[in-house]
Write a protein that binds this ligand. Structure first.
Ligand code: DAK
Length: 261
């Protein structure tokens, strides 16, 4: 880890750690260095007995995270893509089984990798302007950080299929209705209200909290097999012309012209 985290801010008060993804000009897009910082901060927070609950949120009022950084991953080879998918997946699985409760406070767009990060947290709150989506299809790609596995588990297969296949985002009220988030708050109340939930958890014994987290994760049917398949198929996309076209179109702000190859 760099000594001073650059992309993730950390604030610890009364046993509650707030991790803020901090690239607001790029809608907090998940650069690999940002994910590495997050991983290193998790080491620190796991070891610190004074930290009892984590909240992950985004900087600004626009985005939680608008996905992986498209500019960064656009020229990855399939081998690099698979390696990065496995790193991201293992980081997100680490969050899912983290020994202390982790709540995502989603303050705007949670798209692609951003939605996948929120889904890896133990549960989610959202601001009224939050939007959730897996827009990878528009880039000629599939989700690579667990989206094909966690989205159907959270909202059901049919709803997940529609979101994955259309790439269309859903708004906060739909996310609430579908069980993707537990609460929707006005933007200015999102952190204080989420903190109030965290404070309640912080008063409980950490032993059963940890056992709940582990036991719920143990019961998830064959997540690991699904993640392995996702990483392999995600990597295959990087060898296609359509993926190059999808990413170029996004960067050039035009509609993609896919050729099925
Ligand atoms: N990456 C990089 N920059 C991004 C970005 C992203 N995902 N999303 C937004 N930005 C940047 C924009 O480029 C723009 O920067 P400037 O041009 O001002 O420098 C700034 O954030 C504001 O964005 P917009 O100007 O587009 O703002 P709008 O309000 O008009 O639109 C939007 C907001 C969120 C609807 C739009 O920005 C958007 O569609 N963003 C992209 C959403 C998206 O497709 N996200 C990526 C999904 S794919 C991997 C594993 C997993 C993944 C990838 C690799 N490996 C293991 C290799 C996952 C992939 C994804 O997440």
């Amino acid at each position: 880890m760099t000594d001073t985290p650059q992309y993730v801010l950390l604030d610890v008060q009364n046993g509650i750690a707030v991790l803020t993804l901090n690239r607001p000009k790029a809608y907090n897009a998940l650069k690999i260095d940002l994910l590495k910082e997050l991983d290193a901060l998790l080491d620190r927070l796991e070891a610190d007995a004074g930290v009892r609950v984590l909240i992950i949120t985004g900087s600004g009022e626009k985005a939680f995270a608008a996905g992986a950084d498209i500019k960064e991953f656009s020229d990855f080879s399939p081998a690099e893509a698979e390696q990065m998918a496995r790193f991201g997946q293992s980081l997100f699985s680490r969050i899912e089984t983290f020994p202390k409760p982790v709540i995502a406070a989603v303050n705007g767009f949670a798209l692609g990798g951003g939605c996948e990060l929120a889904m890896a947290c133990h549960f989610r709150t959202a601001s009224e302007n939050a939007r959730f989506g897996q827009p990878e299809i528009g880039l000629g790609l599939i989700p690579g950080y667990g989206g094909t596995q966690r989205l159907p588990r959270l909202i059901g297969r049919g709803r997940a299929m529609e979101m994955l296949m259309t790439g269309e985002p859903i708004d906060a009220q739909t996310a609430l209705q579908w069980g993707l988030v537990n609460h929707v708050f006005p933007q200015e109340e999102l952190l204080p209200r989420t903190r109030a939930i965290a404070e309640k958890l912080a008063r409980y014994s950490s032993l059963p909290l940890h056992k709940i987290i582990r036991t719920v994760a143990d019961g998830a049917d064959d997540l690991e097999r699904g993640l392995t398949a996702e990483a392999a198929r995600f990597a295959e996309c990087f060898a296609t012309e359509d993926f190059r076209e999808g990413v170029s179109a996004f960067l050039e702000r035009r509609k993609p012209d896919f050729k099925d190859r």
